[in-house]
Design a protein around this ligand. Structure first.
Ligand SMILES: Cc1cc2nc3c(=O)[nH]c(=O)nc-3n(C[C@H](O)[C@H](O)[C@H](O)COP(=O)(O)OP(=O)(O)OC[C@H]3O[C@@H](n4cnc5c(N)ncnc54)[C@H](O)[C@@H]3O)c2cc1C
Length: 296
């Protein structure tokens, strides 16, 4: 496996923002993944696993460590009996296609989530009442120290979080599904996609929900809308005019623009609702939000 130098990461994200990774590798098997993680540990490098980049904000300066993208058998997906068996780098779209063809239901909620199954484990991704923790049976986690299967409990899956650390990479997954006629799966997916299209920007460059929903009667989106943030722009980044919990790359946006918008959103939410919004999007590189209430 080749280790490449200075590979641009922005083009690997849905928002299209971010500088290069000092080192970049595309492991295709568990053995290659184990090797490259051991190499990174020996070199003292931080590891950044990139799935579909649909929940990432990467610093404009990039990252000093090793970025990984899972390919080959680590991105393949298939069905065995009533299980979906997928590499951590397999996309949700391919998994849904395989499960529908096999007449297995339970994965439909993921039709609106443009990621990989490994990114889904890391984030405990979910929508429309479903999430990874409800269907995942186990995940094979590879680290520089060793490889082991973990259950959802061992992965610490909670609302949009897990206990996985940066050097812990999901290489394989097994999901337990239930028989369902393909035409019913198709109808459910069509309905969920129509709901999504009606409520969120679907054809813009974004990184999905910016903030987690707080414990409050209002969702983060409704709160930011009430703060008058729809359409608010800093540099090339803009709060979506359609849904205030999305930031769009409205043209040449930089990570610092998005970060400044997030800081402003947190300041207004604290001012108006007394709520400290917590970001859902993951940061790679030197990016840090100021304390809630302060702007950048
Ligand atoms: C338009 C849009 C709509 C969205 N809607 C939803 C939604 O409804 N529900 C929802 O939950 N999310 C949603 N998201 C966010 C995002 O799609 C999910 O969080 C998704 O699961 C991220 O997967 P990914 O492969 O893109 O991960 P990335 O964004 O590439 O990475 C996210 C995190 O996962 C880690 N990671 C990635 N792959 C692995 C791996 N193999 N092993 C270990 N860690 C890994 C990364 O290091 C990073 O910390 C949306 C995003 C967009 C752009």
């Amino acid at each position: 496996m080749t280790i490449e130098d200075n590979v641009s990461l922005g083009r690997l994200t849905t928002v299209g923002i971010g500088g290069p990774a000092r080192y970049f590798a595309r492991p295709q098997s568990v053995a290659e993944l184990e090797d490259v993680l051991r190499w990174a540990a020996a070199e003292g490098l931080e590891v950044f696993t990139v799935g579909l980049g649909s929940n990432l904000l990467i610093a404009d300066e990039g990252v000093a460590g090793l970025a990984l993208r899972l390919e080959g058998e680590l991105a393949a997906a298939g069905v065995e009996g009533e299980r979906l068996v997928a590499g951590g780098g397999a996309t949700n779209a391919v998994c849904l296609h395989r499960t529908r063809a096999a007449g297995l239901g339970g994965f439909e909620f993921a039709c609106a989530i443009p990621g990989t199954v490994g990114g889904g484990v890391r984030m405990n991704a979910g929508a429309y009442g479903g999430d990874w923790s409800q269907i995942l049976e186990r995940a094979l986690v590879v680290t520089a120290e060793g490889t082991s299967w973990r259950t959802p409990d061992e992965l610490g899956l909670e609302y949009r979080r897990s206990s996985l650390e940066p050097g812990e990479v999901v290489a394989r997954t097994e999901f337990r599904l239930v028989p369902k006629p393909p035409e019913d799966i198709k109808a459910t997916v069509a309905e969920l996609q129509a709901r999504r299209k009606a409520a969120q920007p679907t054809n813009k460059r974004t990184f999905g929900s910016v903030f987690k929903n707080p414990e409050h009667e209002l969702s983060a989106g409704r709160m930011l809308e009430a703060c008058g943030l729809r359409g608010h722009r800093i540099g090339g980044a803009q709060i979506s005019p359609r849904h205030a919990n999305f930031i769009e790359n409205a043209g040449e946006a930089r990570a610092v623009d998005a970060l400044a918008l997030m800081a402003e959103a947190r300041r207004r939410a604290l001012d108006r609702f007394g709520v400290e919004l917590e970001h859902e999007v993951r940061f790679f590189g030197e990016l840090e939000l100021p304390p809630a209430g302060e702007t950048l």
